[in-house]
Design a protein around this ligand. Structure first.
Ligand SMILES: Nc1ncnc2c1ncn2[C@@H]1O[C@H](COP(=O)(O)OP(=O)(O)OP(=O)(O)O)[C@@H](O)[C@H]1O
Ligand SMILES: Cc1ncc(COP(=O)(O)O)c(N)n1
Length: 264
């Protein structure tokens, strides 16, 4: 069995964060582990509160996992503060996992800030260069490149610029672009781009789509797929998970993790 680790925040409502990641790992037949950075009191309507875990405890969770259950791939989601970002970076430098998926979570779908403004620079300097793949949505990519991104051409340019920050590949998700298509742009280096295009599904059940997508990429990398294949299979998973979602709660509902069946 392959092992995957998520370093992320907890979502009490179960739709995003650690909970979405572990469900995704399970449905891919991969053994899931967690390092919790922050506990959010959250449901489909919004975030009621956030309590960060101490840096020492974040480090100890990493130590506990890496010294006994070394993961085949790691996913990083909500890191919350500059200090937590720094300690994660220190742990990664010490244990050197081979494959890191960085989902630079900044703001929740319900518009609650999940990454302090002061932590953005640290995330860019310390975590981006360690990532095999970074998976920003359009707004996150805009923050990283410090300019607006309005179409696929601009997504391509931004992906190339983000790669220059030191990560090897970049996936900019276009779920939030205007229009009836969801286009994601994967940049694999030099002039090598792959486009993933799907009709936008008309649903409010998109809480945790980014978490689920990056966790599926992580699970596929843990299984030994290359980045292109890992993203292609993860895209099938997230599309199906959105398509087959059931309405739950009164806000942004979760996606369905029973969509494909065990072992993908
Ligand atoms: N309504 C939709 N229909 C089809 N695909 C979608 C839809 N919304 C998002 N996606 C796809 O889901 C994946 C996650 O994209 P999204 O842009 O929602 O990420 P995100 O904003 O990081 O998510 P989150 O807000 O959960 O962190 C992408 O492949 C995107 O194209
Ligand atoms: C703990 C945690 N991590 C990530 C997200 C982003 O997900 P979304 O943008 O769908 O709200 C979240 N809401 N909560």
């Amino acid at each position: 069995m392959k092992l995957a680790l998520t370093i992320a925040g907890s979502d009490s409502g179960g739709g995003a964060g650690i909970q979405a990641d572990l469900k995704t790992f399970f449905s891919h037949g991969v053994y899931g582990m967690s390092v919790i950075t922050s506990v959010t009191a959250q449901n489909t309507l919004g975030v009621l509160g956030v309590q960060n875990i101490s840096e020492d405890m974040v480090y100890l969770q990493m130590k506990a996992v890496f010294e006994d259950l070394f993961p085949d791939a790691v996913k990083i989601g909500m890191v919350s503060t500059k200090e937590i970002t720094e300690v994660i970076s220190k742990g990664l430098e010490e244990y050197k996992p081979g494959k890191i998926v960085l989902d630079p979570v900044m703001v929740s779908k319900s518009a609650h800030r999940l990454l302090e403004k002061e932590a953005i620079k640290t995330l860019i300097e310390k975590l981006v260069p360690k990532a095999l793949i970074i998976t920003p949505n359009r707004e996150e990519a805009e923050v990283i490149v410090e300019r607006k991104i309005q179409n696929v051409e601009e997504m391509k340019k931004a992906a190339k610029d983000i790669a220059k920050l030191g990560c090897r590949t970049v996936l900019i998700k276009g779920g939030h672009l205007e229009g009836n298509k969801a286009v994601d742009v994967l940049y694999l280096g030099e002039d090598n781009y792959v486009f993933f295009e799907e009709e936008k599904i008309n649903t409010k059940n998109t809480h945790g789509t980014g978490c689920t997508f990056s966790a599926a990429i992580c699970a596929n990398l843990a299984k030994g797929m290359d980045v292109k294949k890992a993203v292609a299979y993860a895209k099938l998973y997230i599309t199906r998970a959105i398509e087959t979602s059931e309405d739950m709660g009164r806000g942004w509902g979760p996606v369905n993790h029973f969509c494909i069946g065990f072992n993908n």
